[in-house]
Design a binder for this molecule. Structure first.
Ligand SMILES: C=C(O[C@@H]1C=C(C(=O)O)C=C[C@H]1O)C(=O)O
Length: 355
């Protein structure tokens, strides 16, 4: 049953609305507040990314039973349910990203959700496992939320950036406007889509793409541009490039909004009672313990401890506020424009407290 709608927090779906509706203070030093309104998008004409055999997405019906993409809604469980003490189901199958960036989100999770399992994997595999029903809750690439109906975001814990992200890079061997072939990290779904959106919107490029396997480096591909995400994108590459684009920075400079790379998602039909509070608690404990995480994980990854600490505390943000939601919604709009995602999808949040 679709729970009752308690608040509609955003009704303006124009780009102007997205940028103007939410105001936040970015932690990144910036002399000029950029805005998508200032940008000069390339005239796309009739050119758009095409997804072969695209199915029209039915979207998630709102409380009135209609489908649309105009609103972000906060959904609430029915009052009888919300009065009961949130006790997690006996066993929940969780999946989280195996990169450094998700460590603060999974602190003490097995203690917080006794009897549950937490599997670590690449983001794209987590998306497939959740879709196939092999997991109940997973930290999936944000774009995957919009590719399937019947999902809800169950926690405001997420992986987001408000400027430079450091671990999502498009290595260009030619000027971005001349990229004809692009190799995409097979672990990625969101950044793969973001690369296409940015190349199309900002540079008028619509390259063909090829997969880059998860154990490959840039030197393993001869493509004009190579996308790497996660831990391996944090290392200095072996070769020099015409341009190395940090996609978090690029997005922020362009839109003035944060970018959400991953979030905790479950099937609306799944029993996730109590899981959201455990996920939020895990995130809070992880952030309180971030110095220790940076120390132990940096040694494993072969990066400096200060780099890891800065990455976890300055580059990344772990809470989905209204600004992150606006960034997410705008990303959905732009990806839809290029047929990279289902067009009619609402953002549905379960009843977690919103920042
Ligand atoms: C910031 C990152 O975010 C990741 C990027 C993802 C993607 O591109 O699909 C998915 C999950 C996130 O963990 C990263 O891995 O470097």
């Amino acid at each position: 049953m679709i729970p009752s709608v308690t608040a509609v927090i955003l009704t303006n779906r124009t780009l102007t609305g997205f940028v103007n509706t939410w105001v936040f203070e970015p932690p990144v030093e910036s002399t000029q507040r950029p805005s998508i309104l200032d940008s000069r998008p390339v005239n796309l004409g009739s050119r758009r990314w095409k997804r072969p055999g695209q199915q029209r997405h039915q979207g998630i019906p709102n409380a009135e039973g209609t489908v649309g993409s105009e609103q972000i809604m906060i959904m609430q469980q029915d009052s009888a349910k919300s009065k009961t003490v949130a006790r997690p189901p006996a066993s929940v199958r969780l999946g989280a990203v195996s990169y450094l960036n998700s460590r603060p989100l999974i602190q003490d999770l097995s203690e917080l959700l006794p009897g549950s399992s937490v599997e670590l994997d690449y983001p794209s595999r987590l998306a497939d496992s959740l879709a196939d029903g092999e997991m109940d809750v997973a930290l999936i690439p944000s774009i995957e939320y919009f590719r399937r109906p019947g999902y809800e975001i169950i926690s405001d814990a997420c992986v987001a950036a408000r400027g430079e992200v450091m671990s999502v890079k498009l290595y260009c061997r030619v000027h971005p406007g001349k990229v004809r072939r692009m190799a995409l990290d097979e672990g990625s779904r969101t950044s793969a889509t973001l690369s296409k959106v940015i190349l199309a919107e900002r540079y008028g490029s619509f390259p063909e793409s090829e997969p880059l396997s998860m154990d490959s480096m840039t030197t393993d591909s001869a493509a004009d541009a190579v996308l790497l995400i996660g831990d391996r994108a944090m290392h200095t590459p072996q070769e020099s490039f015409v341009e190395v684009m940090d996609l978090g920075q690029m997005w922020y400079d362009w839109t003035g909004l944060p970018f959400v790379f991953a979030m905790w998602v479950a099937h609306t039909s799944a029993d996730t009672t109590g899981v959201a509070s455990a996920l939020n608690e895990a995130r809070d404990r992880g952030l309180a313990n971030v110095t220790d995480i940076a120390k132990s994980e940096s040694a494993k990854l072969g990066i400096a401890e200060t780099v890891a600490l800065n990455y976890l505390t300055k580059n990344l943000h772990y809470r989905m506020t209204a600004a992150e939601r606006s960034g997410l919604q705008l990303f959905h709009e732009l990806a839809s424009r290029h047929n990279l995602v289902n067009q009619n999808a609402n953002l549905v949040f379960s009843d977690f407290v919103t920042a």
